[in-house]
Design a protein around this ligand. Structure first.
Ligand code: NDP
Length: 261
């Protein structure tokens, strides 16, 4: 299971949170990983953690909103590890404001990171991923991190939800465009996950430190708890792996059942 051995992965937002754990799990299953993030210290630390555990990893600075930054990431992946087989478009930002309080700057920032970042990563990594797929047993894979808020609307973060809904359909279009070119593309839709961003969501509903708020949100997930970065990373590794060879254009809710209600 989870066959990614010998593959090369770029994980955007790979310094910490869901991307950080996805990078660690991909490496633990045998992939060489480019940990790509704007957070320099945390990114270096995560790559070092992977190496200490016996995996292959290199940190590179990546701003997903800049095409030149992506071109640099692909060039590094090729020169260090020989190519790119897996792209995890994970980097994202969260701005929990209702429509009437959202500014044009908020809107532009969310679109730039959550949507343009995914478009640029996909477009700029695709040629190298197609080249690798020509000689691979199964081919290459893109995993886009959307959200439960990309499946249903959000009271707290409507513009964020708009971007994540966009990621969901861009995933399907990417799958269609690349299905005969050796690249599969699927989306993962997390519920509330205990990461720094998850803490922002808890804060937006009340005090992050408040056990009452945590308990209420945990209870709102049918499974009865808040998610962990490991829950999402396991789904990322599966969809990136050759075990998911016939899965493309799919959306996988990893949300403790919140969107099943
Ligand atoms: P975190 O904020 O913990 O980690 C995201 C990482 O991406 C950070 O290191 C962040 O740096 C980085 N990043 C932000 N902007 C850029 C950029 N322009 N270029 C490169 N890296 C960038 O978030 P999570 O791990 O929680 O979230 C990961 C993904 O999962 C996101 O797409 C998010 O929307 C999604 N998600 C998360 C949920 C949750 O509850 N945590 C729920 C549903 C979806 P910095 O801190 O400097 O911004």
């Amino acid at each position: 299971m989870n066959n990614v051995a010998g593959k090369v992965a770029i994980v955007s937002g790979g310094a910490r949170g869901i991307g950080g754990e996805s990078a660690r799990q991909l490496a633990a299953h045998g992939a060489a990983v480019i940990v790509a993030d704007i957070l320099l210290d945390e990114g270096e630390t995560n790559a070092e953690t992977i190496r200490q555990a016996g995996g292959e990893a290199q940190f590179i600075k990546l701003d997903v909103t800049a095409a030149a930054s992506w071109e640099n990431a692909v060039a590094k992946a090729v020169s260090l590890f020989g190519g790119v087989d897996i792209l995890v478009n994970n980097a994202g930002i969260y701005i929990p404001k209702p429509i009437m309080e959202s500014s044009e700057e908020d809107f532009a920032r969310l679109i730039a990171v959550n949507l343009e970042g995914v478009f640029l990563g996909t477009k700029i990594c695709a040629p190298e991923m197609m080249r690798r797929a020509e000689t691979a047993k199964v081919g290459s894979a893109i995993v886009n991190i959307s959200s439960a808020a990309g499946l249903v609307g959000s009271r707290n973060a409507p513009i964020y939800s708009m971007t994540k809904g966009g990621v969901r359909l861009f995933t399907k279009s990417t799958a269609l465009e690349f299905s005969r070119k050796g690249i599969r593309c699927n989306s993962v839709h997390p519920g509330l996950i205990d990461t720094p961003m998850g803490g922002m969501l808890l804060n937006s509903r009340g005090s992050e430190g408040s056990n009452d708020v945590r308990a209420a949100i945990a209870n709102s997930h049918p499974i009865g708890r808040i998610g962990e970065d490991t829950d999402i990373a396991a789904a990322v590794v599966f969809l990136a792996s050759d075990d998911a060879a016939f899965i493309t254009g799919a959306e996988l809710a990893v949300d403790g059942g919140v969107t099943a209600i």
